[in-house]
Design a protein around this ligand. Structure first.
Ligand code: ZN
Length: 111
């Protein structure tokens, strides 16, 4: 099983239908963070009406969005995501520097 961090951010409004699932691998090579949004389950007829609207191209002028309100309680989770991405990017930069130094050394040895 892969070693990854998983965090669920519940909306400030406390509705458990408004949540984000944040996941990322705990290694130094994958900087991507996957954020999934929970889709609230609607009744059958609400979904049918939405589908009909969708088929005929009707939608809110604002588009179709759900929202999750983030607040101070999410700071640690968001900081962990930022720390992860920065750590992976720093590691990539170190590897690039190492590769460049090695290729420069190889070129100077060939002269
Ligand atoms: Zn909410």
């Amino acid at each position: 099983m892969e070693d990854f961090t998983k965090d669920i951010l519940i909306c400030d409004c406390s509705s458990e239908e408004h949540q984000l699932l944040v996941r990322y691998f705990n290694n130094d090579t994958v900087p991507e963070v996957y954020v999934s949004m929970h889709l609230a389950k609607r009744s059958f007829w609400e979904r049918v009406m939405y589908a009909i609207d969708y088929v005929f191209g009707h939608q809110s002028r604002y588009g179709s969005f759900e929202e999750v309100i983030l607040g101070p309680q999410h700071i640690n989770s968001l900081q962990s995501v930022i720390d992860h991405i920065r750590k992976v990017e720093a590691k990539k930069a170190q590897l690039e520097l190492f590769k460049n130094e090695n290729s420069n050394n190889e070129n100077s040895n060939n002269i």
